[in-house]
Design a protein around this ligand. Structure first.
Ligand SMILES: NC(=O)c1ccc[n+]([C@@H]2O[C@H](COP(=O)([O-])OP(=O)(O)OC[C@H]3O[C@@H](n4cnc5c(N)ncnc54)[C@H](OP(=O)(O)O)[C@@H]3O)[C@@H](O)[C@H]2O)c1
Length: 255
């Protein structure tokens, strides 16, 4: 059995990955992971072309994660697509954000993503595709988004390095680096005020970002960046001094 695993499938980009991957011939089932079971059940019922299987899992809970891996081991599927999409951010001054929220970001965005990747790899084969959802926030340090941006820098570097390691095995790894996308992420990150003040063209739509990243993963690209603004930022961030990006973004205000 060939499957796609999508974490964070209950909303936003993950929901869209599941919908767009299901009709692909190489996938018999899409395994949907997130905490909100009712949302996953709704999505499973909507999928066209592949069965949706629901796993209501808190990826920050080691016991629940271990139970999921036991089920994976029991089924022994081939993982054609692994999409690590679950993640969140909190914008604001580092000192003002609850330490549990900081540690949750590290746990979900870094630890869970790393563990799932390692444990999924034995089920990947030549042609398998791993999609690691990072962010344009990972291009450079960001004041007032310090832990989130650092966590996404980890995802970006980890994905690009793994892509080189796995090239000989025919497994591709693509880091997806969106700028702002209209999803629940914006509200959870306390970024509504920034979004309200931003021109419409700077806020991407989830179906577009996902479509491009799936196409890029199919081409074996190491990194997928949607939109001219974020592409320009990606190129510039390599040359702009970190002191400047940290300072400029520290002017962003939450709410
Ligand atoms: N939207 C943006 O502006 C943007 C920009 C760049 C990168 N990204 C990245 O894109 C990814 C998807 O974000 P999104 O925009 O689609 O936001 P979203 O709509 O808030 O989706 C986040 C997903 O993560 C899941 N999740 C959160 N905590 C979890 C946990 N402890 N265990 C299991 N699942 C958990 C949520 O499901 P439950 O709540 O049901 O668990 C939800 O399905 C994230 O990694 C984010 O950092 C987003």
């Amino acid at each position: 059995m060939n499957i796609a695993i999508v974490t964070g499938a209950s909303s936003g980009l993950g929901w869209e990955y599941a919908k767009q991957l299901a009709p692909r011939a190489e996938v018999d089932e899409v395994w949907l992971l997130a905490r909100r079971e009712e949302r996953l059940l709704e999505l499973a019922g909507d999928l066209i072309g592949a069965e949706g299987r629901v796993f209501a899992v808190d990826l920050c809970d080691p016991t629940q994660l271990a139970e999921f891996f036991e089920k994976l081991e029991g089924e022994q599927p081939t993982i054609s697509w692994l999409v690590n999409c679950a993640g969140y951010g909190k914008m604001g001054r580092f000192v003002d954000i609850d330490v549990e929220a900081h540690l949750g970001m590290v746990d979900l965005n870094i630890r869970a993503l790393t563990e799932i990747t390692q444990r999924a790899l034995p089920y990947c084969t030549r042609g398998s595709k791993i999609v690691q959802v990072a962010s344009s926030a990972g291009f450079s340090p960001m004041g007032n988004f310090a832990v989130y941006a650092a966590s996404k820098a980890y995802v970006l570097h980890f994905a690009n390095a793994l892509s080189a390691e796995l090239a000989a095995d025919g497994i591709t790894v693509t880091a997806v680096c969106p700028g702002p996308v209209a999803t629940e992420f914006i509200e959870i990150a306390n970024m509504e005020a920034l979004k309200a003040g931003a021109p419409d063209f700077t806020i991407a739509q989830a179906p577009d970002v996902v479509r491009k990243s799936i196409a890029d993963a199919r081409k074996g690209r190491m990194t997928s960046v949607y939109g001219a603004t974020m592409k320009a930022w990606g190129a510039l961030s390599g040359v702009v001094p970190r002191r400047l990006t940290s300072w400029a973004t520290a002017r962003f205000r939450a709410h």
